[in-house]
Design a protein around this ligand. Structure first.
Ligand code: MN
Length: 334
C-alpha cells in the first residue's frame, strides 16, 4: 500500500499517521520528493481499510499494490489447486463435468438422468434440493426428500453429488453430499461462507454472483478459505448486463484472468449463462477451449415438463453430443 501525502501537510499529523500505521504492525517508509511525499507501507496490509487512511486530512490518496485476498492468491500458491471431490479431481488439468437436472423431482427422473449422463462421460451428478427461486410461488425444491433421492442415485451410479446449501441449519442433511454449492444469490452471504469454511472440509462450488466483480468473487472464496476450508471451486455462470437476449451475459474471459490471479479451479455453467439449451453445446466447447477446469450443465429427461429451468436443460441426447464435441476440443488442445 502506498499513501500519497497532501502538499504542505502538517508534520505532526504525518507523524501521527506513521504512529497509527506502526500500531497496526505496518512499517512506514517515507520518501520525500520535490513534488510529492509518499509513505510506502511494509507489512500485512490485508486487514487495513484503505478508506480509513484516505479519510485522514493529510492524505491525498491511497493505492493498494497487493490484492486483498491471500489464501486464494496465486502469488502465495503458484501451483494449481486440484480439488478432490470424493475421488473426482478438478483443476490442474483434471476436467470435471457435472451434469443433471436443475431440481430433483422424482426418483425415476433423477436416476434416469444420472444413468444417461454417466454413460456420456459426466463425472459428477448435480440436482437442486433446496432451490433459491426468484419467485416465492415457483417450485422451491423437495428439500430433505431431494437429498435422499440424490443419495440413492449416487449409490446406484457411483457419481459424486453436487447440490446447493442455502441455509447452514440444513448441513446435517448433507452427509452424503460430495460437493456443496453456494449459489450466485448467496455468494455474499458472509455468514454462510464462514460456516462452510469452518464446519466442513467438503469442496465448495462457489458461483459468481450475478453482479459480482472478480475481486468480490475471490473475496468470497477468501471467506471460506480463511475460515479453514481450502477446497473451493469457482464457477462463472454469467453476469447481469444491459443485454436481454440471453438469460445472463457469459463473461468467458474471466477463466483466463481468474487462473492468473488465483490457483483455484474455475468451471463454467453454460446453462444459466445462456438460458437456452440450443446454446449449451457451443458455449461448453468454448469454455473447454479457453481452459476452464470443468463444466456444470443442466440435463433433463423431459425438458418441456421440467419443474425448473426446462428451456436451458439439454436432453440426454444433446448432452451426449456435447460431451463428444468437448472431447474433440480437449484432444485438439492437448
Ligand atoms: Mn437451474
Amino acid at each position: 500500500m502506498i499513501i500519497v501525502i497532501k502538499k504542505g501537510a502538517d508534520a505532526t499529523q504525518v507523524e501521527n499517521l506513521k504512529t497509527l500505521l506502526r500500531s497496526k504492525n505496518i512499517q512506514p517508509h517515507v520518501s520525500e520528493g520535490s513534488l510529492q511525499t509518499l509513505i510506502g507501507c511494509v507489512g500485512d496490509v490485508a486487514h487495513i481499510d484503505p478508506g480509513l487512511i484516505e479519510a485522514l486530512d493529510v492524505v491525498e490518496s491511497v493505492q493498494r499494490i497487493q490484492e486483498p485476498y491471500k489464501a486464494a492468491n496465486r502469488k502465495f500458491h503458484p501451483d494449481d489447486s486440484v480439488i478432490d471431490c470424493s475421488g473426482v479431481k478438478v483443476g490442474g488439468g483434471a476436467f470435471a463435468v457435472i451434469a443433471g437436472p436443475c431440481s430433483v423431482e422424482t426418483d425415476e427422473q433423477l436416476l434416469s438422468v444420472a444413468r444417461s449422463v454417466k454413460a456420456s462421460g459426466a463425472t459428477m451428478l448435480r440436482g437442486g434440493a433446496f432451490k433459491p427461486r426468484t419467485s416465492p410461488y415457483s417450485f422451491q425444491g423437495l428439500g430433505a426428500e431431494g437429498l435422499r433421492i440424490l443419495a440413492a442415485a449416487k449409490k446406484e451410479t457411483g457419481l459424486p453429488i453436487v447440490t446447493e446449501l442455502m441455509d447452514f441449519k440444513d448441513i446435517d442433511l448433507f452427509n452424503d453430499v460430495d460437493v456443496i454449492q453456494i449459489g450466485a444469490r448467496n455468494m455474499q452471504n458472509f455468514n454462510l461462507l464462514k460456516e462452510v469454511g469452518a464446519h466442513t472440509k467438503k469442496p465448495i462450488l462457489l458461483k459468481r454472483g450475478m453482479s459480482a466483480t472478480l475481486q468480490e468473487l475471490l473475496m468470497s472464496a477468501e471467506y471460506i478459505m480463511a475460515s479453514g476450508n481450502p477446497n473451493v471451486i469457482l464457477c462463472e455462470r454469467g453476469i447481469r448486463t444491459f443485454e436481454t437476449a440471453l438469460r445472463n451475459t457469459l463473461d468467458l474471459g474471466v477463466v483466463t484472468i481468474l487462473h492468473r490471479l488465483s490457483h483455484l479451479p474455475v468451471i463454467v455453467d453454460p446453462s444459466h449463462a445462456t438460458g437456452y439449451s440450443y446454446m449449451v453445446e457451443s458455449v461448453s466447447t468454448a469454455a473447454a477451449a479457453i481452459g476452464a477446469d470443468g463444466l456444470i450443465i443442466e440435463v433433463h429427461n423431459d425438458p418441456p415438463h421440467a419443474k425448473c429451468d426446462g428451456a436451458q436443460s439439454q436432453t440426454p441426447e444433446m448432452f451426449a453430443r456435447t460431451m463428444a464435441k468437448i472431447a474433440k476440443v480437449r484432444a485438439a488442445l492437448a
